[in-house]
Design a protein around this ligand. Structure first.
Ligand code: PLP
Length: 401
């Protein structure tokens, strides 16, 4: 029977334990496993037989979760790793070697930008950042040694929406692999593999776990690619997702659909409130009709997500005054948690991008990223309202920078 996403979230993967009937996914922290004979051990290590042989290459708790994540993303297989960055770097390294080139979307998570501009070049990997809303610009930037197109949609922090289907078609016509960071959407709102992508990655630290107490990542794609990444990237770099964190993600994941819908409701109201406020310069939210890719967002996504980015009139000083005046929202680097979290990308998550490049990517000094939590929507809006009143009262919105 084919299930809808909310049912898949609850039931996909392993069912109740046959012997005991236990429904909750068991926590198995074991590192070592015993085999009945050498042939069985050899078959498991070769991937010819299901099983676990050493904790650095996976464990049963994580494998149960991987099955679920693979089904949710409509992928053949999934790999749980120790962080979103392990998923990003691991999936890129799986397809790249010395002398290869990556095309990356412009406003991308700061950590991805840092990996591609600092660590990857040390191993002879080149990168160019392109405006991926412009397919011609993407095609013009493809070089003989380009192997991967790496994108986020909607992007972090400017919520630029990219056409996954058309970008995948273009990339595949040049034999590039397409890797998509689906952290902001989750499989509840978007399934990039259905639209043509080769690999999906997640920071499960965010919505998938959803409770702010785990660092984790997932890579989803074809069986052979995932097997290669498990054996040769995750295993060799030592980045497995441990059983304890997988257990917590299994718990957190059960409410993903409910949570994501509530995050979307509050973000949509916050975006509408902000866009009609006189102290606001601009709002980035794909659900607003004035968002440049609103039509694409409606066609490609099942909801507009829980993140709103915006600029307060008055630039950096006004942004600082606004953020410091919030009483409910907490200043934090993360997102997708039950608590409403706010941050200043230019000095926090995207500080490692040089200022001139940040400006080119629209990550201005006045930009604020707001992750709506699961509190009552009215309290979230009231908090925005009172913080904006503080900005206006002190005249911070009148500063020119
Ligand atoms: N991708 C996105 C869109 C993110 O926002 C982040 C972190 O903020 C990451 C990836 C990296 O995830 P992690 O912190 O789990 O390594």
């Amino acid at each position: 029977m084919k299930w809808n996403v909310d049912t898949t979230i609850i039931h996909a993967g392993k069912g109740p334990d046959r012997e005991t009937g236990i429904i909750a996914s068991p926590l198995i922290p074991a590192v070592a496993y015993a085999f009945p004979d050498v042939d069985t051990a050899a078959a498991v290590v070769a991937g010819e037989r299901a099983g676990t042989y050493y904790g650095r290459y996976g464990n049963p708790t994580t494998q149960a979760l991987e099955e679920k994540i693979a089904q949710l993303e409509n992928g053949e297989a999934a790999l749980g790793v120790s962080s979103g960055m392990a998923a990003i770097s691991g999936s890129l390294l799986a397809f790249l070697k010395h002398g290869d080139h990556v095309l990356c979307t412009q406003d991308v998570y700061g950590g991805s930008h840092k990996f591609l501009t600092s660590l990857a070049p040390r191993f002879g990997i080149e990168v160019d950042f392109v405006d991926c809303t412009d397919l011609q610009a993407v095609e013009n930037a493809i070089q003989k040694n380009t192997k991967v197109l790496y994108i986020e949609t909607p992007s972090n922090p400017c919520l630029t929406v990219l056409d996954i289907r058309r970008l995948s078609e273009l990339a595949h016509s040049y034999r590039l692999k397409v890797i998509i960071d689906n952290t902001f959407m989750t499989p509840v709102l978007q399934r990039p593999l259905d639209l043509g992508a080769d690999v999906v990655i997640h920071s499960a630290t965010k919505y998938l776990n959803g409770h702010g107490d785990v660092i984790a990542g997932f890579i989803v794609g074809r069986k052979e690619d995932i097997h290669f990444m498990r054996k040769n990237i995750m295993g060799d770099l030592g980045q497995p997702l441990n059983a304890w964190d997988s257990f917590l993600i299994q718990r957190g994941l059960k409410t993903l659909g409910l949570r994501v819908r509530q995050h979307c409701r509050s973000a949509e109201e916050a975006a509408r409130f902000l866009s009609s406020h006189p102290a606001i310069e601009r709002v980035y939210y794909p659900g607003l009709p004035e968002h440049p890719q609103h039509a694409l967002a409606k066609a490609q996504m099942n909801g507009m997500g829980g993140i709103v980015s915006f600029e307060v009139k008055g630039g950096y000083e006004a942004a600082k005054k606004f953020i410091n005046s919030l009483q409910l929202a907490m200043i934090s680097f993360s997102l997708g948690d039950p608590e409403t979290l706010v941050q200043h990308p230019a000095s926090m998550t995207h500080f490692s991008i040089p200022p001139r490049e940040r400006e080119r990517f629209k990550i201005t000094d006045g930009l604020i990223r707001f992750s709506t939590g699961l509190e009552d929507t009215r309290d979230i809006i009231n908090d925005l309202d009172q913080a904006l009143a503080q900005v206006v009262r002190t005249g911070a919105n009148l500063t020119t920078v």
